[in-house]
Structure formats: structure tokens, C-alpha cells
Ligand binder design. Structure first.
Ligand SMILES: [Zn+2]
Length: 243
């Protein structure tokens, strides 16, 4: 039932544990790599719900190294990616997983979930909902202004959002559209970071998805957008996959 609700918005969405198990099975089958030979970097939102609803299957990998901050944008930048890339097992792979998140509650409300120990729903992704409300009321961060060191990540997200103002404000579902725009910006940054970083190990697995969190009793879901395996040395694309 909840899966149907989620798939109305994200047809490719799978429960997170199934997504993780299928991904790991594919990497083992195609490349002979067990999870303990894979070092994971996650670029996902700091939100505690992403840990509460994190799939157990993914914990079989080494790591994670956390690249993300608010809504999964890779705020650790080139220094973070370089540090991570030096830690990959010699005969193994780096997995770079990036995914903004969005809440969908049981009643189908987008941008909201019911959290553990609470009676009322709250926004998810909170940072994205805040950026959207500021875009709608005209108080969003303007890119030419100096960034506030106490709110650097939120202002960076707002900088991405404000540049897509037309598409977001005219969309049927603005919070979903804003999430798509952050996905695209994150994908571009991840690509640039991977391209400009030297990795140990044999392979680089780059996975992009949208995390759909739901109410506490339902856990989370993942809609795959990108699943590429590269040669760690040459960065040549060895294969692109779906689940
Ligand atoms: Zn968030």
C-alpha cells in the first residue's frame, strides 16, 4: 500500500533494503566483489531519519565516509573526496552514493513524514522545504550576497534552488521539482569530484538516487537514477546498470 503511494511519485522506487541487496548482488556477480571489499561514501542529508531508516544490508560495506550535509549536497568537496579515495582496498572498489531525500507520508503528502516519538508530521527534507518557502515568499538567499558562515550549507542549497526559480515555481509539485534540481546539481558536482580525484582500488561505483523517506512504520525507499561502474585508474565506463 505505502509502496503504491510512493511509486505514484517515483515509479522506480524500491524499499531501501531491497535496493541495497540488489545493488550488492549485482556488483558481486559482475565484478566478483563482496561488500567487505567496497568502501562506501554517502552523499546524503544529515537528517537523523536517514540513519534511522538506513538499510541494514548497506552496513556490510566498509565505511561510510560522509560527503554530504544538508540534502546530500557533497559539501566536503575535493578534499573530502580525495581523503575517501585514498582509503579504498587495493583489490576492491569505491562506491560513491549520492541522493537528495524527500518525505512522502502515508496519506500521500509530499515533503512531510511522521517521525519516531512524534504525533504530528514534520517537513522532510527540512532544508529543502525551507528553501522552497523562501523562494516562494522572496526571502531566499541571493547568490551575489556574502554567505553567512553560520548558515553556509543552507545558503548553498538556496543558491542552487534560486537559479531554477522558474522551473520550480511553475511545476505541478514544486518540492519534487526542487529535489530534482538538487539531484542534478549534486550529480554534476559528484562527477567533477570523481573526475578530479585519484583513487586506490580497482573500481569506482557511482550510484545516484532519490531517497524517499516515509512515516516511521514504513521506513525508506530508493529510486535509482544512475548506477555506473568505472575503472579506478582510467575512469573509463565499464558498465551502466538498472535494478
Ligand atoms: Zn534533509
Amino acid at each position: 500500500m505505502i509502496l503504491q503511494t510512493i511509486q505514484q511519485h517515483y515509479p522506480a522506487a524500491l524499499p531501501s533494503s531491497i535496493f541495497a541487496a540488489k545493488s550488492l548482488a549485482l556488483v558481486k556477480e559482475k565484478y566478483g566483489l563482496p561488500p567487505e571489499q567496497i568502501l562506501l561514501a554517502n552523499s546524503m542529508c544529515s537528517d537523523d531519519v536517514n540513519n534511522i531508516e538506513y538499510p541494514q544490508e548497506a552496513r556490510a560495506m566498509l565505511g561510510p565516509f560522509n560527503l554530504g550535509g544538508l540534502n546530500g549536497y557533497p559539501f566536503t568537496g575535493i578534499t573530502g573526496m580525495a581523503a575517501f579515495a585514498k582509503h579504498v582496498p587495493d583489490e576492491g572498489a569505491a562506491m560513491v552514493f549520492f541522493a537528495p531525500h524527500i518525505g512522502i507520508s502515508e496519506d500521500g503528502s509530499v515533503g512531510k513524514i511522521l517521525r519516531v516519538g512524534q504525533h504530528n508530521t514534520s517537513s522532510c527534507c527540512g532544508a529543502m522545504v525551507l528553501a522552497l518557502s523562501r523562494l516562494q515568499d522572496g526571502t531566499i538567499y541571493q547568490p551575489n550576497n556574502a554567505k553567512n558562515p553560520l548558515d553556509y550549507q543552507q545558503q548553498t542549497l538556496e543558491e542552487i534552488v534560486v537559479q531554477e526559480k522558474e522551473a520550480i515555481l511553475t511545476a505541478v509539485n514544486p518540492i519534487k521539482e526542487a529535489t530534482e534540481k538538487v539531484y542534478e546539481a549534486t550529480a554534476n558536482t559528484i562527477n567533477a569530484l570523481v573526475k578530479n580525484t585519484v583513487f586506490t582500488g580497482k573500481y569506482i561505483i557511482v550510484m545516484g538516487a532519490i531517497i524517499i523517506n516515509s512515516d516511521r512504520q514504513h521506513g525508506s525507499f530508493l529510486a535509482l537514477r544512475k548506477f555506473d561502474v568505472l575503472d579506478a585508474n582510467t575512469k573509463a565506463l565499464l558498465g551502466s546498470y538498472t535494478l
